[in-house]
Design a protein around this ligand. Structure first.
Ligand SMILES: [Zn+2]
Length: 61
């Protein structure tokens, strides 16, 4: 498992920001639990941060 140092990570995000001045690729998906649209980090991320904080979604069958 590779682990990026903090310096490498900040450098990487800075480069990304520079190459993409106006990132408008924010995917908004409805939360599977509360149906509230939120910024999804990807297909694996379907629960909004609010619901994740409750942690009750982990009790799903
Ligand atoms: Zn939610």
């Amino acid at each position: 498992m590779t682990h990026l140092t903090e310096g490498e990570r900040s450098r990487r995000s800075a480069a990304t920001k520079r190459s993409a001045p106006r990132p408008r690729r924010r995917l908004r998906r409805p939360c599977l639990r509360c149906q509230q649209p939120f910024r999804s980090e990807g297909p694996h991320n379907r629960i909004c941060p609010v619901c994740k904080e409750t942690r009750s979604w982990t009790d799903w069958p």
